[in-house]
Design a protein around this ligand. Structure first.
Ligand SMILES: [Zn+2]
Length: 310
């Protein structure tokens, strides 16, 4: 996600600032603090304003009525709603049409002004001290003291996870159960003639999730154990896939298939095929999993990025 369209919009629009990661534009638009965040590779924009006073006190239902009417004659309009002091408008976006953003901003700003609403902190309603923050990939406008509260809450939640003791046997069981799904998928795809890195991703992802679920938390020990279990289970998956292939090609029972597998694996040519398949499995698994491993681990330990943007 490059955000080049939103960047161009911010450059053309007085008061707006562009932020590349996460892709967002924010600032004071005609006296109202607004945040525009890009989603789905910029195919959608979510525009938010926090407002107070005026129509909000008297007739909040009329705000939603107005927001629904915004969709008329605007094919790029997805939805809009007013909830918890925040007006949210979601629009679709194709290519260069950033003037849709300007159109929506002008409409909503004029509506707020005409109905006596003013810009505020979405949490406490304070009109002053507004800043824009990145809260774990979500760009939010709020006041300094509410941001302080967000930080305190996050630190407390992190401390609670740290204090919690992991149930390692439970975690190992969870990682095992999770990677069994990978084994099943590996066998199925093997029958169709594929060895796919995506299966490696399933092994590691579900092993980590299984560990977290059954072990109570995913700390560093849990992470290492999960990855070891996923790697062992990838090997188990390969052996199981070979067994299924043997059992479906020859009239043998399970015990005989095991014996036959042991016998076949002594053959140099078969050995190198199997080693090649495993190497490919591990390689693609590692390739597909790195960013997932990092994000699952960070998420499990609430290692969120929380900082002021502007
Ligand atoms: Zn506040």
């Amino acid at each position: 996600m490059t955000g080049k369209h939103l960047k161009r919009f911010a450059e053309q629009t007085p008061g707006m600032v562009f932020n590349p990661n996460p892709v967002a534009a924010y600032g004071d638009y005609q006296g109202y603090q607004v945040v525009i965040q890009g989603y789905l590779n910029e195919n959608q924009y979510i525009i938010t304003w926090a407002v107070t006073g005026g129509m909000i006190a008297d007739q909040p239902a009329n705000i939603n009525q107005y927001l629904v009417s915004l969709g008329t004659g605007r094919p790029y309009f997805n939805y809009a709603r007013y909830e918890k002091s925040t007006i949210t408008v979601n629009i679709r976006h194709k290519g260069e049409d950033v003037e849709h953003l300007t159109d929506i901003l002008n409409q909503v700003t004029a509506f707020c002004r005409n109905n006596g609403m003013t810009t505020c902190c979405k949490y406490c309603g304070s009109p002053s001290g507004l800043g824009v923050y990145n809260i774990n990939g979500r760009v939010e406008a709020m006041c300094t003291s509410c941001f302080g509260q967000v930080q305190v809450n996050l630190q407390q939640a992190q401390a609670a996870i740290k204090q919690k003791k992991a149930n390692i046997p439970g975690g190992i069981l969870g990682a095992f159960l999770g990677s069994l799904v990978g084994v099943a998928l590996w066998i199925a795809l093997y029958q169709m003639g594929y060895i796919a890195g995506i299966v490696g991703l399933v092994y590691t992802f579900l092993a980590m999730k299984g560990y977290q679920k059954f072990g109570g938390k995913l700390d560093k020990t849990g992470l290492i154990l999960s990855l070891v279990i996923a790697a062992v289970m990838l090997f188990v998956g390969e052996m199981a896939a070979l067994l299924v292939t043997i059992a479906s090609s020859f009239p043998v029972d399970f015990g005989q298939a095991m014996q036959l597998l042991g016998y076949l694996l002594q053959d140099g040519e078969i050995q190198s095929t199997v080693i090649g398949e495993l190497a490919m499995g591990y390689f693609f698994a590692a390739l597909a999993s790195v960013s997932t491993i990092i994000s699952v681990y960070r998420e499990a330990n609430l290692k969120h990025e929380v900082r002021r943007l502007g």
